[in-house]
Design a protein around this ligand. Sequence first.
Ligand SMILES: C[S@@+](CC[C@H](N)C(=O)[O-])C[C@H]1O[C@@H](n2cnc3c(N)ncnc32)[C@H](O)[C@@H]1O
Length: 328
Amino acid sequence: MKIKLDFHMIKGDGDSSYAKNSSTQGKAILSTKPMVEKATKEICMDLQPRSMVVADLGCSSGANTLLFISEVIAIISEETHASNNNRECPMEVQFFLNDLPNNDFNHNFQLLEQFKQSIVRDCARKGLQHPPYYIAGVPGSFYTRLFPCNSVHIFHSSFSLMWLSQVPDPLDSSMNKGNIYIGVTTPPLVAKLYLHQFEKDFSQFLQTRFIELVPGGKMVLTFLGRKTNDVVHGGGMMNTSLELLSQAMHTLVVEGRVEKEKLDSFNLPMYGPSVDELKQLVQESQLFDIIDILPFDLTFDPIDKLELEESATTITGRPYSIHEAIYR
Ligand SMILES: C[S@@+](CC[C@H](N)C(=O)[O-])C[C@H]1O[C@@H](n2cnc3c(N)ncnc32)[C@H](O)[C@@H]1O
């Protein structure tokens, strides 16, 4: 499979769709709202752009990306109200939703009419006026250039940067037998190859975003990562849930329903970094300053029904949110 062309979350809004199975990711967006708020307010005050450009990288399909957009619109509405809207022209906002080309962008666009009505209702309830805003899709990998130089004020990405651009190279079918990610029986060399691929990809991400961000622009990035520097036993949702998935696939091999060679040669293009790994890569790039870095836990509830939360199996995950400001 070519990730750049074929990869996508499950489309539409059926029972197994991403849209219906992403409440945990939605909780991460709610948890990082204070960082988004701080970044947006600072851009409004310090840069006072006539048109603010905001991009959500790895937006996927469903309500989560619209939740982020609604947060930004609410923050700007409040900010403009607080400053008595004493601008000659109101600030307008351009949102870009980015994901790989095979993402279900149509589903997002179909949700827009309802979304716009909810923004009007929300602002009316608070006695505020929302800024004029425009929403467009940008297909392409966030490991490549997506926007013109110096054109974006805020980059946001949540639960997406753990996806690598490819399975680590040169990881062949015999090197990580029985595992689909870094598991307890994974040789240290394989774990190193995973780390190297993440370093390569994330450094590329930082370099491209540096070119595209306006001077003084900000990024709020939320990662699915791990608690410690121990890549095998680091804890968190990735180690735990992928180990369970690996065991489940093993059962299918034992039952003769999946060929052993297929499982042995399958490796996920994902990597959950530690806080130290992230800090080091940002520092080494010499392109960005980290303003805040905040590890937080989320309960993993695959079922989108709040009333079931108490009884759902909880696996602790640990995404990291980095809020970075540019330094030129
Ligand atoms: C788990 S979803 C998160 C979606 C959304 N941000 C949320 O919080 O619900 C990860 C998304 O990242 C996208 N993705 C993975 N690699 C990507 C890349 N290189 N460029 C753009 N999007 C990518 C996937 O297609 C997927 O839609």
